[in-house]
Design a binder for this molecule. Structure first.
Ligand code: NAD
Length: 458
């Protein structure tokens, strides 16, 4: 889209919001239903776009992009009326008689900027929150997953209210033009560098932001863990979508005495999933772009790959790779890997693991594998992360009653389930008083008796 037209797109969305149409329960439910129908009618088209962008295996694409969205839509439609209802809260004696309520107001026109790694779901999931809360929305899919971006731009207008829900395709110039406009909320998913650009632009209009970012999500494996199951779960989480998942295990800290045994189980798990030549299986994705393939190849250079390590730039393929003897200050340990490379580092017990984790940015997710609840509690209570799963990886993301988001460098704000509705809602505090009782105690002229009552009542 030409950047000259972007101001008009946002103005049109604002006109739609100002008309009041998006506020009703019926509009919200109708739009959520339309999204559901759109996904059901077009799952083949969606899967094809994801295959073209990322070589996503059908199973992974259906589970993480389509299935989760359909389930979340159903849950949102079921709960919507209850979420929208003004909530009665207590009223203290001093403001009696009266009643206090929390009204759930839409924010207005919101901007949703999505990344390329789950390029469909990370548009649809925030959008359903924005719609549920009664907002107009402008969506900017990632230009890097260009097939999915085009598919979204083609499909959405055929199903949803075109006045209130807009898609702007494009890259940095289009996003920059969008960011010059005034929005009532910006929901950004992506990396911390761009997040700073988003926040600076939002500050000009005092626009609140949700920043869903990434980082290095660690896994600590305690000697009490069931190693076979741990290895399968870690390998699944790391190599799904070829490691291009914001909450993928980034690196492993494993108790020294089980390091070698864990690597053997990991090798067995990877062989079992992908066979001897993972490049030939349909169950393994590809790296999204040549640039990212080159970045990952640089991270692999001069490392000790105990499993995998092969790369084929023409096919944007990198084998499921496990690194050993990794220096904690090597490049692969200094940036989010975001690819199928898994460094495994030995640690000397739980205190050393906690020191290692706390010496780095607060991660988006943290994983502990242990048969001992005290170990899990110690890790959780002495570290800070956006979320955590114990004895598995990534699955807390799929629990819609658990708000999903980061902390510190991994982001701010959260969504999923009711948290999505809340993110796109202003909770307006309202006290309602009757006319009939109007004690003069609060009005001038003040005197000692009034003051005494005031001290007693407050
Ligand atoms: P990306 O390159 O697709 O960028 C994300 C969005 O930012 C795109 O829509 C892009 O057009 C826009 N953008 C890029 N440069 C810009 C600029 N200079 N000015 C304005 N807008 C710009 O995706 P990415 O950032 O490479 O995504 C990967 C990152 O996202 C990883 O760090 C990952 O951990 C994180 N991520 C987080 C979550 C989460 O839910 N927390 C989910 C997925 C990905």
């Amino acid at each position: 889209m030409s950047t000259d037209l972007i101001g008009q797109v946002v103005a049109d969305a604002r006109r739609a919001f100002d008309s009041g149409g998006t506020r009703s329960y019926e509009w919200r439910l109708g739009q959520l239903r339309a999204l559901h129908t759109m996904i059901e009618d077009n799952s083949d088209v969606i899967l094809a776009a994801l295959k073209a962008d990322l070589g996503k295996p059908m199973f992974e694409a259906w589970a993480a992009e389509i299935g989760v969205a359909l389930r979340d839509l159903k849950e949102t439609m079921r709960a919507l009326k209850g979420w929208m209802k003004p909530e009665k809260v207590s009223t203290p004696l001093v403001t009696q008689p009266g009643s206090s309520r929390l009204y759930k107001d839409p924010l207005g026109v919101v901007l949703i900027i999505a990344p390329w790694n789950y390029p469909f779901n990370l548009v649809i999931t925030p959008l359903m929150g924005a719609i549920a809360a009664g907002n107009a929305a402008v969506i900017k899919p990632s230009e890097i997953s260009s097939n999915t971006s085009k598919m979204i731009a083609d499909l959405l207008p055929r199903y949803v209210d075109n006045d209130a829900i807009k898609v702007v395709e494009g890259a940095i110039p289009e996003t920059t033009a969008l960011l010059a406009e005034r929005f009532d909320h910006i929901f950004y998913t992506g990396n911390g560098h761009v997040a700073r650009i988003i926040m600076a632009a939002a500050a000009k209009h005092l626009t609140p932001v949700t920043l869903e970012l990434g980082g290095k999500s660690p896994v600590y494996i305690n000697k009490s863990a069931d190693l076979k199951t741990t290895a399968r779960r870690v390998a699944w989480g790391k190599f799904t979508n070829a490691g291009q998942t914001c909450i993928a295990p980034d690196y492993i800290l494993v108790d020294g005495e089980i390091h070698d045994a864990f690597l053997e189980h990991l090798r067995a798990a990877i062989d079992g999933f992908y066979g001897r030549n993972p490049q030939q299986t349909d169950s393994y994705a590809r790296i999204v772009s040549d640039r990212h393939h080159q970045r990952l190849s640089r991270l692999l250079a001069n490392q000790d790959a105990v499993i995998g390590g092969q790369a084929d730039p023409a096919d944007r393929y990198i084998a499921p790779t496990v690194l050993q003897n990794v220096a904690p200050d090597s490049p692969v340990m200094c940036e989010e890997i975001f690819g199928p490379i898994l460094p495994v580092l030995s640690v000397d017990g739980i205190d050393a693991a906690i020191r290692f984790i706390n010496g780095r940015d607060k991660p988006l997710a943290l994983y502990v594998f242990t048969g001992d609840d005290d170990v899990a509690e110690a890790i959780l209570s002495r570290t800070s992360s956006g979320g955590a799963t114990i004895n598995h990886v990534m699955l807390h993301y799929a629990v819609s009653s658990l708000p999903f988001g980061g902390v510190g460098e991994s982001g701010m704000g959260a969504y999923h389930g009711q948290a999505s509705f809340d993110t796109f809602t202003h909770t307006k505090s309202v006290l309602k008083k009757p006319f009939m009782v109007d004690p003069s105690i609060m009005y001038p002229p003040y005197n000692e008796t009034k003051e005494k009552w005031l001290r007693r009542l407050l």
